[in-house]
Design a protein around this ligand. Structure first.
Ligand code: ATP
Length: 516
């Protein structure tokens, strides 16, 4: 199933610089650093007026594709998928049963000199091949050229080719005294790796004790497993069926980085598909194809994604090779020419339901309504993706450099995700043009998200709409006053055409429909 698609371009550099995307997000109100006026808080982000619209549009498209109008199954009938909105804080036994209390951790090393902490599996150790000199610790995804800088400083004039890179977890701890940490200036300051649990802890009620300790959910999935019986008993779903949920999840990530890609508070879109164990393999293939298609439907080009089967050492203990987790990965500017995870499609077997059955004592068996003897714990196929990571992906994919326009770029959003579908711009703020523009705006706003922008020169207003990815700009000018026609400017081509003002709604509906 794994197939590596060709890379987006074959140069060494991505077409878009992350710094430009981050700057645009702040300038135009998509994404701000959380608590910015207090210096921010690492790993937390706020979605501004346009960011929340973009996020809600993606969220609604996922919900529609999963719950409102789920896909047609292999038998030609629509699949049964119902929605859920479970609590962020659950009984802490949930996370013992799911394995998160015992196992949801990363191996960490601390630097005694700089007091910084690193994920051991994100660090490479550069060892001189000739055995002479220090060993240098550098980040694995070295997008800032740190290895080169460190080599210049500590490498005794050797070039990168004179070193061999080994992931830190594979280095013997007895050799740690030779290593200069990623930000250190002397060798031997890294501690041995320790496990660090990623769940945020809190206390429920007035007393803070071990007994009142609870956790912010690190994934939305467990809320679904906890409600599997409730959903079965209260609705008319039968195996196979799905339960879908969108909501916040929290992970105390050691190194939140790459803008919102890895944050400590984020949103997930997860669906648990409950099926007969014998059918799980086939459903896994079904969902892989379906999810890839969905990403394409929101504007992610097929060649910007790859499907990657987890390697043997990444597989959960219950998963079979080639039937475990497959990731849909995207070629982000900061992973380029590599790819980063967008979504995981996992065969979770009966692991979670069995764990909750054992820990809670509640039976999780499914009894076939047509055959009472046919009882089993369903297997689960889980497409799990990040909504906030999807926002970043859509922004990266849409960002198009174009030196021929004043903004130097535009966001090539699909209309379905664009925060504004059209903008109405009177050429000047006089001669009755604002009034005509307002009239058109009042008519269109009933049907679609439109922007009315009256002030500033027209070039600046076009630039703003290009930067926020509005597919169409409608300009009211002096001719409009004479012949009741307006100019429609197409975002991607900048081509303009004139149509009658009373045809604008029909025209936009048709065009936006065609581009959907
Ligand atoms: P990673 O290996 O990158 O830590 P994961 O494999 O643990 O991620 P899952 O538990 O499978 O991730 O979560 C499902 C989805 O949730 C991911 O594909 C990703 O889109 C999103 N996600 C996970 N962690 C984060 C995070 N810290 N910030 C933003 N999105 C995240």
């Amino acid at each position: 199933m794994t197939q590596a698609s060709p890379a987006k371009n074959t140069d060494d550099t991505p077409t878009v610089d992350m710094k430009d995307i981050v700057a645009l997000c702040k300038r135009r109100g998509f994404i701000f650093q959380a608590s910015e006026i207090y210096g921010g808080l690492n790993g937390f982000w706020d979605y501004g007026p346009l960011g929340v619209e973009l996020k809600n549009n993606i969220r609604d498209l996922w919900w529609k594709a999963m719950v409102t109008t789920p896909p047609i199954g292999p038998d030609g009938e629509p699949l049964q998928i119902v929605g859920l909105d479970s609590s962020i804080i659950q009984n802490p036994k949930t996370w013992v049963a799911s394995g998160h209390v015992g196992g949801f951790s990363d191996p960490m090393v601390d630097c005694r000199q700089t007091k910084r902490r690193y994920r051991a599996d994100h660090i490479n150790i550069l060892q001189p091949k000739d055995g002479e000199g220090h060993w240098l610790a550098v980040p694995q995804d070295d997008d800032e050229g740190i290895s080169e800088k460190r080599l210049k400083k500590f490498g005794k004039g050797k070039s990168i080719g004179a070193f061999e890179a080994t992931p830190l977890p594979e280095v013997n701890t007895s050799d740690y005294d030779k290593i200069i940490g990623p930000d250190a200036s002397e060798p031997g300051t890294l501690t041995e790796p320790k496990e660090f649990n990623l769940m945020f802890e809190t206390y429920v009620g007035a007393t803070q004790s071990e007994d009142s300790k609870a956790y912010l959910r690190p994934e939305t999935a467990q809320g679904i497993f906890l409600n599997y019986k409730n959903v079965l008993d209260s609705s008319r779903v039968r195996i196979p069926f799905g339960i879908a949920q969108i909501g916040k999840a929290y992970r105390n990530e050691v190194n939140p980085r790459n803008f919102v890609f890895r944050s400590r508070e984020f949103e997930q879109m997860e669906m648990e598909w409950f099926c007969h164990p014998d059918d799980a393999k086939q459903w896994r293939e079904f969902w892989i194809a379906e999810r890839k298609r969905w990403w394409e439907s929101i504007g992610i080009k097929s060649e910007s994604m790859i499907l990657r089967e987890h390697d043997r050492d990444e597989l959960s203990h219950y998963a079979k090779e080639g039937e475990g987790t497959l990731d849909i990965e995207y070629q982000f500017p900061f992973t380029y020419p590599g790819f980063g995870e967008l979504e995981g499609i996992a065969h979770r077997c009966d692991y979670d339901l069995t764990q909750h059955q054992e820990h809670s004592g509640t039976k999780m068996q499914y009894i076939d309504p047509d055959d009472n003897q046919n009882r089993y714990i369903p297997h689960v196929i889980e497409p799990a993706s990040g909504l906030t990571r999807a926002v970043l992906t859509v922004l990266c994919e849409a960002y198009t450099v174009d030196p021929d326009r004043p903004s130097g770029m535009y966001l090539n959003f699909k209309p379905s995700v664009a925060p504004k579908k059209a903008a109405i711009l009177p050429l000047v703020a006089k001669d009755g043009m604002p009034e005509l523009a307002t009239k058109l705006y009042m008519d269109l706003r009933e049907d679609m998200a439109v922007d009315l922008d009256i002030k500033q020169n027209i070039g600046k207003r076009y630039a703003r709409q290009d930067e926020i990815g509005t597919p169409f700009c409608i300009t009211i000018d002096s001719d409009t006053l004479q012949d009741q026609t307006v100019t429609i400017r197409h975002r991607n081509t900048m081509e303009q055409e004139r149509i009658s003002i009373d045809k604008v709604k029909e025209y936009l509906t048709e065009q936006l429909g065609q581009m959907a």
